[in-house]
Write a protein that binds this ligand. Structure first.
Ligand code: COA
Ligand code: NAD
Length: 702
């Protein structure tokens, strides 16, 4: 290799009459201004060289993971990406993108601007801009449909999904796969592709593949349904369709203008906030330990959660030993997991070989001694302190030295649970959400004595499972359930005061929540919280406001969906307003002498959000959560808070101070005696400062 030019984050070498342009901008080769300028400078150097072609390669672990997301909030500096892609198209040499790791967003658009695309077998690619509140801005909506057809392009652009290289090959997104994922094999494959097809292609000028109208309609409807009315989704569809309607110059200009507009809108800022908050949440400041290697996971308890966690671990390719109380419960759990895997195959979500492989990774047992070789054991037995303590004592004597012991408890005090256990340093909380193989959130609970190694292992394990971790300290309900409980309590106040469950739920879904609090309550079952309230009845402060409507529903046998009724009646699984529930609510109000009053949708939303904000601020001030962003990530990933609003704290930081004060005051006065009022503005201050900086950068003043 001969070095021809070094532009810092991009350099140019020549090997066998092929120029290799290497991007080296760790950690993920984000396409920053410097990278774009470097590519242009290096390309310019190739113009006069006698070459068979040019290969663009990512140095380090990836191709280009995308344009630098940090640059999207301000005026973009020249050269912009379309200019770089135009230079690739105008190069006299054929240019081949050699993709390993990830080619996403602007990274994949750059690859689409090349004449050829070769990928390592384990590479991923796609256009995730829509998931960041934008549309692709450098030709993605125009060049991709020329390779895949319009229908597949709409699906790819609107879902933003990451496509693995073999599928990308099938869809036409790339020309060939390299022999292996070794960089040398990738370079060899790219060079031979250039030698086999030594001409310019200029994708944007190619004719469009024929359109299958029925497939197009179906995919469009699906994209709009999944896009839940987000305006950038409809715009992305229109842009892709434009590829068949007008000359590419015109369509590219239209795409760029849309991108420039969407990237500076509130939604895009909210989604970028979450992008960085999600990554920050995977870290604990000052943590100083390497994670332990996990080659076998143990699970105790094969009920709802145990089975779900088991499915999640098997999906990550790790062997599991599942222990139940007796042979009958053991077989039941193993059968249920097997049936769930078969069901996934029947629905086309899993291929038959993978199901066989996952089943083979599972060992079910009724003997705790079988957990002796596990590196991490998670308990998901009954939510009962005595049962969990006894189990911990037993496991402490069985597990190998250094094995991590995790509890999936929802509410119990983990410090108490770990008290007296010799391996207290190895104990952490791993609070999964139901269904555990689907829900992305995983609260990692840091107990008083949890070691750095145990925490580092828990965070690494979350990554292995593809979960979004958030670290919480020990507290009733940790971060998520605690905030959700305040929200749900407040929803009950509203109903007691005169709103109907339907109105409260509609206000929540109008705001963007996936479901309203009462529909959620009916779905998870009202009886569990009822049992808990009965246990707490003796110690409850009689001065605090207590709504007895859910108790009355349970006393009437209305536990929710599973009993055919709760706040709603269920007809073939669909919730319907319930006369019985309405009567029960009327009776409860009448007994307290409450005259029902009317609420506007905004009033309901403000009171619900006020409750969330106040509790979130308490959780932060008590140190249960470390950063405001962690609260946003928790509510978005675990509780159906609308992602496009960036989480409750980010959303609130965009509201006037007076409005937030009115909301939290209304919440406090409705709650009455004993309500702990938090310093919400103190918590919002860093985000308000970020927003101010954003405004300045948007107008180019910083
Ligand atoms: N722009 C700016 N920074 C980026 C980035 C981008 N497009 N992609 C990743 N980063 C940063 C992350 O914020 C993180 O920074 P930090 O270490 O300071 O927190 C670092 O790069 C590593 O990213 P991370 O996601 O933690 O690494 P990973 O190895 O788990 O995953 C990727 C690598 C490429 C799969 C992942 O980073 C990714 O999906 N990036 C998103 C790319 C994207 O959406 N691009 C489209 C933009 S339109
Ligand atoms: P579950 O009743 O469905 O399952 C508990 C299982 O544990 C049963 O199969 C039981 O046979 C088994 N078990 C009990 N004692 C045992 C022992 N000593 N040894 C081996 N097996 C034993 O309960 P679940 O809903 O799966 O909840 C389990 C735990 O997960 C609880 O701590 C709960 O608070 C927590 N959790 C539940 C949810 C949820 O939505 N259900 C969500 C997060 C966390």
């Amino acid at each position: 290799m001969q070095m021809i030019h070094d532009a810092g984050v991009v350099r140019l070498e020549v090997q066998d009459a092929v120029a290799i342009l290497i991007i080296d901008n760790p950690p993920v080769n984000a396409g920053s201004t410097a990278v774009r300028a470097g590519i242009l400078a290096c390309l310019a150097k190739t113009a006069d060289l006698d070459l068979a072609g040019v290969v663009i390669l990512g140095g380090g672990r990836t191709f280009i993971a995308g344009s630098d997301i940090r640059e999207f909030g301000a005026p973009l500096a020249a050269p912009e990406l379309p200019q770089v892609i135009a230079a690739i198209e105008d190069s006299p040499h054929p240019v081949c993108a050699a993709i390993h790791g990830a080619a996403l967003g602007g990274g994949f658009e750059l690859a689409l601007g090349c004449d050829l695309r070769i990928a390592a077998p384990d590479a991923v690619m796609g256009l995730p801009e829509v998931t960041l509140g934008m549309v692709p801005g450098a030709g993605g909506t125009q060049r991709l449909p020329r390779l895949t057809g319009i229908a597949d392009a709409i699906d790819l652009v609107c879902s933003g999904r990451r496509v693995k290289a073999p599928e990308a090959l099938r869809l036409g997104m790339i020309d060939a796969l390299a022999q292996s994922s070794e960089v040398q094999d990738l370079i060899v494959a790219a060079i031979s592709a250039i030698r086999e097809a030594p001409h310019k292609r200029r994708l944007r000028q190619e004719t469009m593949p024929a359109v299958d109208i029925a497939a197009l309609r179906a995919v469009e409807e699906k994209a709009l349904r999944r896009g839940k009315g987000r305006p950038n989704v409809a715009e992305a569809i229109a842009l892709v369709k434009l590829s068949a309607e007008v000359p590419s110059e015109e369509a590219l200009a239209k795409e760029r203008a849309s991108f420039q507009s969407f990237r500076l809108q509130e939604e895009a800022f909210a989604l970028r906030h979450l992008f960085f908050a999600e990554r920050a949440a995977t870290r604990i400041d000052g943590l100083n330990a390497e994670p332990a290697a996990i080659s076998r996971v143990g699970l105790v308890g094969g009920g709802t959660m145990g089975q779900g966690i088991c499915r999640a671990v098997l999906a990550a390719g790790l062997p599991v030993t599942l222990v139940e109380r007796d042979a009958e419960a053991r077989d039941k759990a193993q059968d249920a997991i097997g049936q769930a895997l078969d069901g996934a195959v029947a629905k086309g979500r899993l291929d038959a070989d993978s199901a066989v492989h996952r089943k083979a990774l599972l060992t079910a047992s009724d003997d705790m001694a079988d957990l002796a070789d596990c590196d991490l054991v998670i308990e998901a037995v009954f939510e009962d302190m005595a049962v969990k303590k006894e189990l911990f004592t037993t496991l402490d004597g069985i597990l190998k030295p250094g094995a991590i012991l995790a509890t999936n408890t929802s509410y119990l005090d983990i410090d108490d649970m770990a008290d007296g256990i010799a391996r207290a340093a190895e104990i952490v909380g791993l609070h999964f959400f139901s269904p555990a193989d689907i829900m992305k959130l995983l609260e990692v609970v840091r107990a008083k004595n949890s070691s750095d190694r145990a925490l580092a292992t828990a965070l690494a394990f979350a990554k292995t499972l593809g979960k979004q971790p958030v670290v919480a300290r020990v507290a009733e309900g940790f971060i998520g359930n605690r905030i959700y409980a305040a929200y749900r309590r407040h929803a009950e106040y509203l109903v007691e005061e005169g709103a109907s469950p339907e109105q409260v739920d509609r206000a929540a879904t109008d705001f963007g929540f996936a479901m309203g609090p009462f529909a959620v309550g009916d779905m998870s079952g009202l009886d569990i919280a009822w049992q808990m309230r009965k246990r707490q009845a003796e110690t409850r402060d009689p001065a605090t406001r207590y709504v007895d409507i859910p108790d009355r529903l349970c006393e009437a046998g209305r536990f929710g969906r599973k009993t055919g009724g709760g706040y709603y009646d269920y007809d073939a699984g669909k919730p319907q307003p319930s006369e019985t529930a309405t009567r029960i609510i009327h009776e409860a109000r009448a007994e307290k002498g409450i005259t029902p009053r009317a609420f506007t949708t905004q009033e309901v939303q403000d009171r619900l959000l006020g409750a969330i904000l106040n509790e979130a601020a308490l959780v932060l001030s008590e140190g249960v959560a470390a950063r405001p962003g962690d609260i946003d990530v928790t509510l978005v990933h675990g509780y159906g808070f609308p992602r496009w609003r960036g989480g409750p704290l980010w959303w609130a930081s965009g509201q006037p101070v007076e409005r937030v004060a009115t909301m939290t005051d209304a919440t406090a006065s409705a709650a009455g005696a004993g309500f702990a009022t938090a310093e919400v503005e103190t918590v919002l201050a860093p985000m308000r400062a970020d927003r101010q900086e954003i405004e300045q950068r948007k107008s180019g003043h910083a």
